[in-house]
Design a protein around this ligand. Structure first.
Ligand code: WTA
Length: 633
């Protein structure tokens, strides 16, 4: 299933559009199914109702583990690099990973987990995180991973939305020189979560934690219990292709994050197919994706994609700048990494440390580079190309989303001619279209519009957990018979796609998706805040920064302290990742007569571009704008 030239790409693409079902059936043949499908695809985007490989039976872990045992059993599946470079790294072969997954799957079963149960995973980036999600998949339980940077409140909301029965966590975690007390955060969350019966706690930092009798169990004790039972193997649960594999919460333009649902068969096929083709993975290559498994990139391109393809995947616990800003490059050298997949925000932040951080590092193992999560600016692209790739590594700028399950628009490494800032061309099987505000398809090249996809693909979301109507209105109702991505996009004269950023109220801060409404809700929770409006503004390192306009008449004169209180509130409600970069106190917000906040104006002010604010004639009180302009930060 690996395309091997640009000509072949063009030919396969054409074929995939003309006969999509035949195309995907051919791709699906490369996986292990207990029983093959009766029907490749059934769909309508109205409900939406999308079913791939109906009737097929499988377990994704048999594809990620069992089927490799004979040929790759002793080959490294996961190479783990700890936060502290002084601590020993770990390598798990496919055989070892298989055994550990089976063991932990039995732990889950011992604790009452069954097919279809939801399990929340809140863990550091250690191999046990990969083991935990694979163990869930092994027994047919649905994992819902929550990124380690989210607050107790955010975790509680996610646990309750999915009625999770179990939580898997660790005592604490290390990120740079900052210890994080994961179990304590979980304890705070669980005060509000009646559905949770058991909490399994991995020892990582051995920070003191409270362990509640009957509810909290140590991971290590539970493994011992399984060992004494003698049941190391755990047969994989047989799943329908359309059974849920996982839920992953992501931000949208409303205040409440949505649980994006992916299913076993289609997601597996899509993650594996895109991994092999985009990165042009060759057996034996060492692949390093710097994302966190708490985000979709980690699900698809640290865990399921690479493992389903028998790759060696590097997992890194720490952060790029600790103990030195050369940390990524040390890891590249240490494990002779061949493929490096990272985010523009990381590239820009490492660029800012200057060339000294690159001195003496050995980049010679690198063959291919990748970027994901936000538009990559040309300066960062060239730095990545010249300083890291040393001019000899193709860069794949991969566009996709939590909802798409895998990469949608991207070069195939080394095959597709690239252009800095362009995600280039759709993968075979993907049919992007640009539409105008009226939903009319814009044909031809040299155009721009809103990016939609007009035909299903196996990795697409099936629903938003517990609220199918929300899935329909968010993605399938804006434009007739199309999936709407929320992104603006340009198609140049060669038909190359360049993603220009979100056209809805979603921010992309350091590659993390954050809804402005979510941040506003959190700010408004603060006792002295009357109202707020949040917009994004260009930020040199983060891509976008968060700018909050806040009405707070009673902060007793000490603005600095009031700002800190608001930050603290946001940190409590969402997590540190959503803290505003700037807070401007205002006496009013620019509203239309119907009470709608005119964000366009606020965005301009936040960007520092107040020369032309556009039409302000519909404003209820135009004087407010002058005051805000005068006080801009
Ligand atoms: C943005 C991350 C430009 C986009 C995999 C999208 C990108 C959102 C790119 C999804 C890229 C992702 N170029 N923009 N190569 N990749 N985006 O769900 O706005 O965390 O809608 O998935 O990130 O973010 P998410």
């Amino acid at each position: 299933m690996k395309i091997s030239s640009f000509d072949e790409y063009k030919q396969v693409y054409q074929q995939s559009i003309e006969q999509p079902e035949q195309f995907w059936e051919g791709i699906a043949e490369n996986f292990y199914w207990r029983k093959k499908w009766d029907k490749v695809l059934e769909w309508n985007f109205k409900e939406p109702r999308v079913k791939w490989f109906q009737g097929a039976k499988l377990n994704i872990t048999e594809n990620c583990l069992d089927r490799h045992l004979e040929t790759l059993g002793d080959k490294p599946a996961i190479i783990w690099e700890p936060n502290d470079p002084q601590e020993n790294h770990r390598i798990l072969t496919y055989k070892q990973l298989h055994d550990k997954v089976c063991q932990f799957a039995n732990v889950l079963k011992n604790n009452g987990a069954q097919k279809g149960d939801r399990i929340c995973v809140y863990m550091p980036m250690v191999p046990e995180l990969a083991i935990a999600i694979l163990a869930c998949a092994r027994i047919g339980a649905i994992h819902s991973v929550v990124f380690g940077g989210f607050s107790a409140q955010s975790i509680a909301d996610r646990i309750n939305d999915a009625s999770c029965k179990l939580v898997i966590t660790a005592d604490g975690s290390f990120r740079g020189n900052k210890p994080i007390k994961l179990k304590e955060i979980i304890d705070d969350a669980l005060v509000q979560c009646p559905s949770v019966e058991k909490v399994i706690v991995l020892t990582r930092s051995r920070t003191p934690v409270s362990m509640i009798k009957g509810r909290d169990l140590w991971w290590e004790d539970e493994i011992k219990r399984v060992e004494t039972q003698g049941s190391v193997d755990c047969p994989a649960e047989e799943m329908d292709a359309e059974d849920m594999l996982f839920i992953l919460y992501t931000s949208g333009s409303t205040g409440k994050p949505k649980g994006v649902v992916h299913t076993c068969g289609g997601y597996m096929v899509y993650a594996g197919y895109t991994f092999t083709n985009v990165f042009q993975y060759n057996p034996g290559e060492v692949y390093f994706c710097t994302a966190d498994i708490g985000w979709i990139t980690g699900h698809s391109y640290i865990a399921y994609g690479p493992l389903s393809q028998g790759a060696t995947t590097v997992m890194f616990e720490g952060i790029p700048s600790w103990p030195t800003p050369g940390r990524f490059w040390d890891i590249v050298e240490k494990y002779k990494v061949n493929i490096l997949y990272t985010a523009p925000t990381a590239i820009r932040s490492l660029m800012s440390f200057g060339d000294e951080a690159l001195q003496g590092k050995d980049f010679s193992s690198l063959k291919k580079l990748g970027s994901v999560g936000e538009p990559i600016n040309e300066e960062a692209w060239h730095w990545f190309d010249e300083k890291i790739g040393q001019g000899r590594c193709p860069i794949v700028d991969t566009w996709w989303q939590t909802e798409t399950g895998g990469i949608m628009i991207s070069p195939l490494a080394g095959l597709t001619p690239t252009k800095p800032g362009y995600a280039t061309l759709p993968l075979p099987g993907i049919q992007p279209v640009l539409v105008d505000e009226n939903g009319k398809e814009i044909e031809g090249n040299g155009t721009s519009g809103n990016l939609c996809i007009k035909f299903p693909w196996p990795g697409m979301l099936r629903t938003t957990y517990g609220d199918h109507e929300r899935c329909r209105t968010t993605y399938f109702a804006t434009y007739h018979d199309m999936y709407f991505t929320g992104d603006g996009c340009l198609r140049d004269k060669d038909g190359y796609y360049r993603i220009t950023g979100r056209v809805d109220d979603v921010l992309n801060v350091s590659g993390h998706r954050i809804g402005t409404a979510e941040v506003e809700n959190a700010i408004n929770m603060h006792s002295s805040v009357v109202e707020s409006a949040v917009v994004g503004y260009p930020h040199d390192i983060k891509g976008q920064g968060i700018y909050a306009f806040v009405i707070s008449p009673n902060h007793h004169g000490d603005e600095e302290l009031a700002r800190k209180d608001i930050m603290m509130t946001v940190q409590r409600i969402i997590g540190a990742i959503a803290k505003p970069d700037k807070i401007q106190f205002v006496s009013g917000l620019p509203k239309t007569r119907s009470g709608k906040i005119m964000r366009r104006i606020l965005r301009k002010i936040a960007e520092g571009d107040t020369s032309n604010l556009g039409d302000t004639s519909t404003l209820l009180d135009p004087a407010v704008v002058d005051e805000i302009k005068a006080g801009a930060l």
